[in-house]
Design a protein around this ligand. Structure first.
Ligand SMILES: [Zn+2]
Ligand SMILES: [Zn+2]
Length: 146
């Protein structure tokens, strides 16, 4: 069981999965959302995710025409996960909220066109200048690949 929560502790969650696969997104939306150079995402099946506590939801349109619902702790504002209207059976968890972040490793990078120049990528790690044409399908393959 994988567990995590927000900064203030009001929101806690559990993921029923053996491990998480993490990718980094360097797009401007993720830079603004995280207040950082890039954001990390870990796709999990919605059915494997359980959360307690009050979350607020803010949603935005995306380049593909879908909407992304962004959930955050109603008390402290920590972003917990995103969910696309194109693939509601999946969530992208913000893995910096895990209790144990020691295993986090970005196995892919997307939107490297907006990468900060000091972020040096390992050429052996899969990278996309923008994003895979069918992002939900790519996420599924990404998680299911060994
Ligand atoms: Zn909180
Ligand atoms: Zn992004």
């Amino acid at each position: 069981m994988i567990e995590g929560g927000c900064q203030c502790g009001a929101v806690r969650y559990r993921v029923s999965a053996a491990d998480l696969k993490v990718y980094a997104c360097h797009c401007r939306e993720c830079q603004r959302q995280s207040g950082s150079a890039f954001a990390l995402s870990a796709p999990v099946r919605s059915a494997d995710f359980a959360l307690t506590g009050d979350v607020g939801v803010w949603s935005r349109g995306t380049a593909s025409g879908a909407r992304t619902a962004c959930s955050f702790c109603a008390a402290c504002g920590t972003r917990i996960h995103h969910q696309s209207s194109a693939a509601p059976e999946w969530l992208t968890l913000k893995p910096g909220t895990l209790d144990d972040t020691s295993g986090l490793f970005a196995r892919a990078h997307i939107w490297t066109a907006h990468r900060q120049p000091w972020v040096i990528l390992d050429p052996a790690v899969e990278a996309f200048e923008t994003q895979p044409a069918d992002l939900p399908a790519w996420r599924r393959r990404f998680v299911e690949a060994g």
